[in-house]
Design a binder for this molecule. Sequence first.
Ligand code: OOG
Ligand code: MG
Length: 251
Amino acid sequence: MNIAAIAERLDTAMCDARAVPQLPEPLSLDQAYAVQAASLARRYARGERRVGIKMGFTSLAKMEQMGISEVIWGRLTDAMQVTDGASVPLDRFVHPRIEPEIAFLLAADLPGDISEAQAYAALAGVAPALELIDSRYENFRFSLSDVVADNSSSSAFVVGPWHAPFPDLADLDFTMAIGGEPKQVGSSAAILGDPIRSLVRAARLAAAAGEPLQAGDVVMAGGATAAEALRRGDHVVLEVARLGSVSVAID
Ligand code: OOG
Ligand code: MG
């Protein structure tokens, strides 16, 4: 199967919310990112706009849950963004999960090689954020190249109120509750020791792919804890110390 055919298969699985088998032949990582780019090109052709990127497997909790220990990234489009506090229909997804994250809003374009201080200096805002991931593969099982080809399970994301950046994001307590019950608790320290490091990595990966991060982009730093499966009727609230909260409901 060629790159375009695999991209079409994964894009159709996403549009129809119907799972497909894992890829029959293992792709190289470069081929997997080429599939991702080709499947995003299909979305852009339908009128969607790239608004940023998401990082994946930036915490041990996520690596252990999915059995993958390499940092990956995916593209975010405007159609994936859900308004804070809104509801999303469950049938838009195959088998969605939710995870607590931090989002960055960029005030400046970023080259590929930046320091943590440069990353902080480029921030327009920081926010608590929820990522709704959804694998297009049966049983949410995949290899590294499978998940990269599938836009790193990107599906939807919710960003809370933007907070003015402050230069110490390394140890903020996270509590993600579903139906009022705390389901995952953790700290921003779980994200590479300090989530700003995820932005440094994001800048490098995006630039290496020929799509450097730009002013106005949103970067999702990656799940700080394991993800939780979503069910119809769930109301999910994430509270992050000093940043406030963000929520979403599943219809
Ligand atoms: C892959 C996406 C990982 C994260 O925050 O670590 C990710 C997956 O778990 O399906 O989004
Ligand atoms: Mg994530």
